[in-house]
Design a binder for this molecule. Sequence first.
Ligand code: A2R
Length: 325
Amino acid sequence: MGLSTIKVMHYGIPKPLIDAGISSHFMPIRINHETDFSSLSSHDAQEIRAVAAGGGHDPIDANMFDKLPNLEIVASFGVGYDHIDAVEAARRGILVTNTPDVLTDDVADLAVTLLLQAVRQTGKAERFLRTGSWNKGAFPLTQSLRDRKVGILGLGRIGRAIARRLDSFGVSIGYCGRTQQVDVGYTYYPDIAAMAGAVDTIIVAAPGGASTHHLIDAAVLGLLGPDGIVINVGRGSVIDEAALARALGDGVIAAAGLDVYEHEPGVHPALLAAENAILLPHIGSASHRTRNAMAQLVVDNLVAWFSGKGPLTPVPETPFAPNPR
Ligand code: A2R
């Protein structure tokens, strides 16, 4: 049987390239939100064998799996998949794939951009120029990247790409994760408090989920100290945003650079008001080239699975063998 009779649900924020890819190989069914499930016929619900998750934060969990009894694979757009209950998927024999590697360089580039902007306060400096303040005097001196001690929370694909970039800046680099990595020379800290006490800059490149929730809290920010800088390109939930906003306002730390937030697209009002926070709207992977590669990988995972070749990029929770069908 060819692939063209296989029903694939394109779920979440629509992605034209995923739509085009699914349409050319499979039989697409579009559902934008959880609330649109009522428009799905019970016949289609029975026959859907794949979900292409186009983006967004709507949960993909037991509730959806119950509605799609013949679901085999969830192919998700993005490397983070904390909105997908991958453990429950594994329990039911449902494969989950994500889009790692293809976005690593762009996200690492953005982390370094945020770090430089936070250190040199370029946003504030630009506002200074645009509002005519330069006519009244020079912009105040800022911190420097020189002699900084950077700690990376999550030395995975993205964390390592950030470290490689930072190597060329000559800053000292350490990292925190659940396991020490034997093939790097960076200083290992088994817990975040130990790292925060030893560095002045934390870059978050760790996933979301229960195990990382609010790892960066008021106590950790206090340990970082008044020259401290926090950058986040991982997941917003890793940082207690209210505590961060207070720390920025009270001078507990010097600055922050954020691309991800706890309640996107909402941003804590005190962060919006903080002059020493550089705030970007989750654009780490948002270049044409990278987003196209991510969409293609979603489609390629589906084609590979239904061609019996096995998934290209399964998440660790669902290391399933090639589809025998
Ligand atoms: O803990 P380890 O040794 O497995 O290291 C992983 C680390 N990590 C954690 N670190 C501390 N506490 C945790 N509970 C914890 N859980 C995971 O995060 C690993 O070094 C890193 C994740 O690396 P990768 O799996 O290679 O992901 P990638 O491609 O670097 O993307 C990272 C995150 C995504 O999950 C999205 O949330 C975001 O960046 O785009």
